[in-house]
Design a protein around this ligand. Sequence first.
Ligand SMILES: [Zn+2]
Length: 200
Amino acid sequence: MAIQFFCPSCGQPIEIDDVWGGKLVSCPFCRNTVSAPTTSTLESVTPVVTARPTGTPVAATNPATEPASFSVPLNPPAPHPRRHQDAGTNKPAIVGLIMSLCWIASFILMEILSGPELTKALGENPATEEVRAYFNQLATSGDLPRWVIVMFLLLVVGTLFWILGVVFTIIGVTKPGRRYVTIFSGLILVLFPLFVCGGI
Ligand SMILES: [Zn+2]
């Protein structure tokens, strides 16, 4: 089925195959790129557009049988330039991923820092309860070792990274492009805490 309409640029009646409805097409008369409607808008003047040489069987769906002057050569729809550009510049998605990785890095740093100290104080593989009691004891003694203070700072910074990671990932999801980056950040931000909580 063909869609028939007046060119919005020059006013000439033109028609296109219905697969091009709603897309950008090139008008054969004025050569301007115009937006085709999704349905015909000139039923009332259909004879003007669909006139055929006498004797040609009615085969409106076959463009080959239509007079050349009414067969509209179409350019393939141009890719949407803005969308294309955005696909490469979803900066929030990248920032979200960097924040997620910084968060993991600060957590790993905490583990590296606390591991040997806890082993020194409590022996190999101390139980969660023992670790908690040890930290309580340190806190109540009022004399915190430097590594505990650094760990606390890392915890604060890490939490900040996590919050920023979540915020930027959510902003990134609302923008086109780099969907895989936002999915990856989202997985890090959601699954890693579960993994950590499960491990503790
Ligand atoms: Zn035109």
